[in-house]
Design a protein around this ligand. Structure first.
Ligand code: UDP
Ligand code: MG
Length: 146
């Protein structure tokens, strides 16, 4: 079963959209395996977005990511990485498909509501960035009511 790292970004947390973001993923059968609210320090945001360090938007992006709390979560399911990316929509909300989270809620290409890992390799780096390293581990599956 595949796992992916999702972040409800500070813009969405500030606008009271945590529940709506999670609802859309759960409605598609993705399972929440880890969940925590995090206030990122500047260095932590820069570490998370290291691949973008040479991009012109890097400083603005990392400041935005420290501007308020984020909700980080691990979502699990078959093809979870790709399914989450589809539900998020394109990075630029103007290019995102109708019905996607970013099309519905994003204010700009930067303040775009949600992050999702873009590959198996990214997920393998990003999940421990928010969970294992801090001694908080995601579970596997969601359990059952008997
Ligand atoms: N971003 C930005 N300006 C850009 C491209 C990206 O501010 O021109 C921000 C945006 O918040 C995006 C994040 O940087 O979600 C990471 O960029 P990436 O290309 O990895 O987009 P994503 O994988 O989040 O769709
Ligand atoms: Mg990306």
């Amino acid at each position: 079963m595949e796992q992916t790292l999702v972040i409800v970004k500070p813009d969405a947390v500030a606008r009271g959209l945590i529940g709506e973001v999670i609802r859309r993923f759960e409605a598609e059968g993705l399972v929440v395996c880890g969940l925590r609210m995090v206030g990122l320090a500047q260095k932590e945001a820069e570490g998370f977005y290291q691949v973008h360090r040479h991009q012109p938007f890097f400083d603005s992006l990392t400041h935005f990511m420290t501007s308020g709390p984020c909700v980080a979560m691990v979502l699990e399911g078959e093809g979870a990485i790709r399914r989450v990316r589809t539900l998020m929509g394109a990075t630029d909300p103007l290019k995102a498909d109708e019905g996607t989270l970013r099309r519905s809620f994003a204010a700009s290409i930067e303040k775009n509501v949600v992050h999702g890992s873009d590959s198996v390799e990214s997920a393998a780096l990003e999940i421990p960035y928010f969970f294992c390293r801090l001694g908080i581990f995601p579970v596997v599956g969601r359990g059952e009511i008997s």
